[in-house]
Design a protein around this ligand. Structure first.
Ligand code: NAP
Length: 249
């Protein structure tokens, strides 16, 4: 996709990958609007980056999405890139009882939220000469980490939704781009110091480089093995990968 001349809206832009991508787009001269629930993090970013704007948004909440979308349409008529990045990840037990709050909040945040937001903004995007919808799924969309089964299933579902949407939008001005990061050092699942995760800087640099190419699937190098495992006979590698994460290999 084109990395300049855009008006970009990013969910979860106050921390981690979203924050880094917001910074990168801002540094390239794009108009950037970040969102999230923690206003202090949004304020920190907008104060440090004159011209960057923010919007409070709880992506778990349908009314909050409707209000934010209305504001975006009214205040940013040039909006042409939506980056569905916000997400939550918690441990669960697919062999036991799944906590109802974990289940509903993870699905609402990671799956319903991006679908609702994109749906609310799609006509605005279609009006632009060039537009893009970005989804941050995960390498775990393709090979699950069994201790966070609900999270992985939301990411697999989001991948599927992106495929359908790309098909439906073919021949329009709107591209659908999926970003597939590997384990990255952020606050997600407390991984900011995890030595087996890639440094955030590496994730951001590779993501921006691939976004600037013509690909619809930004699969980071480290994510390729998991991304390519899906298919018949995928289970042996699901076991190998989970044993590696759990240190039982
Ligand atoms: N780190 C990894 O290993 C990794 C790998 C693959 C994919 N990803 C994906 O990358 C995305 C970003 O995660 P990250 O690693 O950068 O972790 P992070 O720093 O925890 O970022 C998650 C972001 O989502 C926002 N968010 C969560 N719930 C929200 C809600 N209800 N409403 C609005 N915003 C909400 C958070 O902002 P507030 O709390 O302020 O609302 C936060 O900024 C996620 O979708 C994650 O699944 C991460």
């Amino acid at each position: 996709m084109k990395l300049t001349g855009n008006t970009v809206f990013i969910t979860g832009g106050g921390s981690g990958i979203g924050r880094g991508i917001a910074q990168a787009f801002h540094d390239l001269g794009n108009k950037v609007i970040i969102s999230g629930r923690r206003k202090n993090l949004l304020d920190e970013m907008t104060h440090a980056n004159p011209g960057m704007k923010s919007l409070e948004l709880d992506i778990e909440n349908a009314s909050s999405i409707a209000a934010a979308s209305q504001t975006l349409i009214e205040q940013y008529p040039d909006l042409n890139v939506v980056f569905n990045n916000a997400g939550i990840m918690q441990f669960d037990d697919a062999a036991g009882t799944i906590d109802e709050n974990l289940l509903t909040s993870t699905i609402a945040t990671n799956l319903l939220g991006p679908i609702r937001l994109t749906s609310a903004l799609i006509e605005q995007l279609k009006r632009q000469k060039e537009a893009a919808i970005l989804y941050n799924t995960s390498w775990l969309a393709f090979t699950p980490f069994a201790l966070s089964a609900v999270y992985c299933s939301t990411k697999a579902a989001l991948h599927s939704y992106a495929l359908s949407q790309r098909y439906k939008l073919r021949g329009t001005s709107v591209r659908v781009i999926e970003i597939v990061p590997p384990w990255t050092q952020t606050d997600l699942l407390n991984s900011s110091k995890e030595p087996r995760a890639i440094p955030l800087r590496e994730c951001l640099d590779e993501t921006m480089r691939l976004l600037g190419s013509d690909t619809d699937e930004v699969v980071l190098e480290r994510a390729k093995q998991l991304r390519n495992n899906a298919g018949p006979n995928e289970h042996p590698y699901v076991i190998e990968f989970n044993d590696w994460v759990l240190g039982v290999a």
